[in-house]
Write a protein that binds this ligand. Structure first.
Ligand SMILES: Cc1cc2nc3c(=O)[nH]c(=O)nc-3n(C[C@H](O)[C@H](O)[C@H](O)COP(=O)(O)O)c2cc1C
Length: 656
């Protein structure tokens, strides 16, 4: 919402400061002596890894054509360089309700400032690919907005933008391949390189990372280099932090001294902090099908956060899975050797998920790389390049040529990369390419369930242990939640805070909060804030759950909020003869809802783990304000009214 609004005129003043014409020294591609571009720059914004995977595939396509390509996440890019990028590829997904992924937000907010000269990007030639899901109302909206803004600032599209739809029968491949072909054909001729035929897809390319060994005596010195004078901005945006002893991983008794010193460090990107796990208690009944945890983290003194903030946690892979990987790829002897990762591609900074100081393969597999992610097409392409077994090659060719095969084999049953490797046991991953083949271990985001002032120095979360069955024999469990539930109290864990996408209005404006299941987490934070600010009587919470004895979270808080004057409406769907849902209770309160919405400008926030619930809530509110309920509007007018609330800033939805 905030990120997609039009620029306000108040921002005009400093708008051009972000696009310094003289600031060339950050440029990843200083023009060569004759001014020709040396590489194509691929800027991507990705939250769950798809757009990053596409960016790397695009870079490999250019390299296969003997052209240089540099990939940088948008949040690690200095926008001052943008006007000086002659050849640019932009790749972004869309999140929220048609919003840019967090990695695009800073760049986007600068791009939409009013007062930017309309020719500021006139030297930029670009090609753009957006990823999305057509079941969302605003399909590929972030990519579409970005393309429009690039054009309005004078940039020239070399190729028509294309949109990848994960719902399409062939997924994104349907549009990606033709777009990629056109993009390479349009851009490669401007880049230096031989005109010989491209490297075949099945040939292993030279590695883009070099693993430079570090001698035992130099580990501390290399770490100091990182600590002292750590440069700001892109490139070295990581730091090392000693893991407190409760977190020390002592499972590998073979580890030598060097390995231990490196393993005692866990990298975390700039902006991450450490918290102590204070509580991790199950709040669903012991015999209930779902294990939901109330988790409390204690923060460093002085850390506060606005209501509605999100807490991101970096999970870790289990020692057993890491050992399985090492063993099946014959890499046990390499596991604890210390090295520094260097990029072999000129101007290519290390991506944020890779540590810029000494590390080991074991550390990388535990904290940085994802062994659980269902393999994408690029993973099968890598296996095909590495495979020497004819039968496996045939099977891999089937996967590569038919997106349906990948969907049935990995996406739908959520087969992990590790399990896939076990199926292709004749093919092993070499140390030289592992960092390219395995994607980043992604942070997981949780809505904070507490108000910062009501719980000073604490973050409370409500986390459901994700486990479900597919057609695979071993049940699937979520990496982050399964890791969290094993942690003893007192464990130190890294976290970062993301700003809210839903924001409370002024205290005299009524607020309607709707949160079934664990979707109640941010609603509980909002309710606490409103009670603390004396706005309880103008706040109503609708909380849906199955049964009072099984999954009624935070029961005492609801009593306290009611005592303070708030309206708390509980909807247990299985306790009575008739099922009760949040939307039923909203209809029961038609008079109040109509008054609050149509006369007092109420805001509505909805959060939950289903796609149909937000629509049902909108319909219920529409009914309340229509002449069928307690209002005066026709059904069509009421629907339009509610949609306008959500399109503007009076409504917010978060679903997953
Ligand atoms: C919470 C959530 C919200 C999403 N919202 C939208 C949306 O509004 N429009 C859209 O086209 N795609 C939407 N998507 C689909 C993503 O854009 C798509 O899954 C994409 O492949 C993710 O790429 P990434 O992993 O690089 O972030 C959403 C996905 C999630 C998980």
């Amino acid at each position: 919402m905030v990120t997609t609004t039009a620029p306000s005129s108040g921002e005009t003043e400093h708008a051009t400061q972000h696009f310094s014409h003289t600031n060339h020294h950050h440029s990843p591609s200083p023009p060569s002596d004759d001014g020709e571009p040396q590489h194509v720059l691929i800027l991507y914004a990705s939250e769950t890894g798809d757009a990053q995977d596409v960016a790397e595939r695009v870079a490999r396509a250019f390299r296969a054509h003997h052209r240089r390509a540099v990939t940088i996440s948008m949040d690690a890019y200095d926008i001052a360089d943008l006007p000086h990028e002659p050849l640019l590829i932009l790749i972004t997904s869309t999140h929220g309700r048609g919003e840019p992924p967090p990695a695009m937000r800073a760049l986007w907010n600068k791009l939409i400032r009013a007062g930017l000269p309309t020719h500021i990007l006139e030297d930029v030639h670009y090609s753009l690919y957006g990823l999305g899901d057509s079941s969302y109302e605003r399909f590929c909206f972030a990519g579409k907005m970005l393309a429009r803004r690039m054009d309005s600032l004078g940039a020239r599209a070399l190729v028509e933008p294309a949109w990848g739809d994960e719902r399409a029968p062939d997924g994104i491949e349907e549009t990606l391949l033709p777009w990629l072909e056109r993009t390479v054909a349009a851009i490669a001729p401007y880049l230096p390189g031989p005109s010989c035929s491209p490297r075949p897809d099945t040939e292993l390319p030279p590695p883009i990372y070099q693993l430079e060994p570090v001698e035992e005596g130099n580990v501390a010195r290399e770490l100091d280099k990182l600590r002292v004078g750590r440069p700001e901005g892109r490139g070295l945006n990581a730091e090392y932090t000693d893991i407190p002893s409760t977190n020390a991983d002592t499972s590998n008794s073979n580890a030598n001294g060097i390995a231990k010193s490196a393993r005692a460090m866990v990298y975390h990107p700039a902006g991450w902090q450490w918290a102590t796990l204070k509580h991790n208690k199950r709040v669903t009944a012991p015999d209930w099908w779902q294990d939901v945890r109330e988790v409390e983290l204690e923060l460093a003194p002085g850390v506060t956060y606005p209501p509605g903030s999100i807490c991101a946690l970096q999970p870790r892979c289990s020692d057993t899975e890491v050992d399985t990987f090492l063993e099946s790829n014959n890499l046990e002897a390499e596991a604890d050797k210390v090295f520094i990762i260097r990029s072999t591609v000129p101007d290519q900074p290390l991506p944020a998920h890779l540590p810029s100081g000494p590390t080991t393969l074991r550390t990388l597999l535990t904290h940085h790389l994802d062994l659980r992610c269902p393999p994408r097409k690029s993973f099968f392409e890598w296996l095909r390049r590495l495979s020497k077994d004819e039968r496996e090659q045939e099977r891999l060719d089937e996967f590569i040529s038919d997106p349906d095969e990948i969907h049935d084999y990995s996406t739908r049953p959520k087969r992990t990369s590790l399990e896939t490797l076990a199926d292709f046991r004749m093919t092993t991953l070499p140390m030289s390419h592992i960092l390219e083949i395995l994607g980043p271990l992604r942070r997981r985001q949780f809505s904070i369930a507490s108000d910062s002032d009501a719980h000073p120095g604490k973050i409370q979360l409500l986390i459901a242990l994700v486990d479900y069955k597919t057609n695979l024999t071993i049940p699937r469990v979520g990496l982050c939640s399964s890791w969290l539930v094993t942690l003893p109290e007192g464990t130190r864990i890294p976290y970062t805070l993301l700003l809210p996408t839903l924001m409370l209005p002024a205290d005299d404006v009524p607020v309607i909060l709707v949160g079934p299941g664990t979707g109640v987490a941010p609603m509980r934070a909002f309710l606490e804030t409103r009670v603390r600010r004396g706005a309880a009587k103008d706040t109503v919470l609708y909380f849906g759950f199955r049964s009072r004895t099984a999954d009624l979270y935070f029961p005492h808080d609801w009593e306290e909020a009611e005592a303070a004057g708030a309206h708390v409406r509980l909807a247990p769907s299985r306790d009575g003869k008739e099922k009760v849902y949040v939307q039923d209770l909203i209809r029961e309160d038609a008079t109040m809802i109509n008054d609050w919405v149509t006369k007092r400008g109420a805001h509505v926030y909805v959060c939950g783990s289903t796609n149909s619930m937000p629509r049902a809530v909108r319909e219920a509110i529409g009914w309340c304000i229509s002449s069928d309920g307690a209002g005066t509007l026709s059904a069509a007018e009421a629907e339009e009214y509610v949609d306008a609330m959500f399109d503007g800033d009076r409504g917010g939805e978060e679903s997953w």
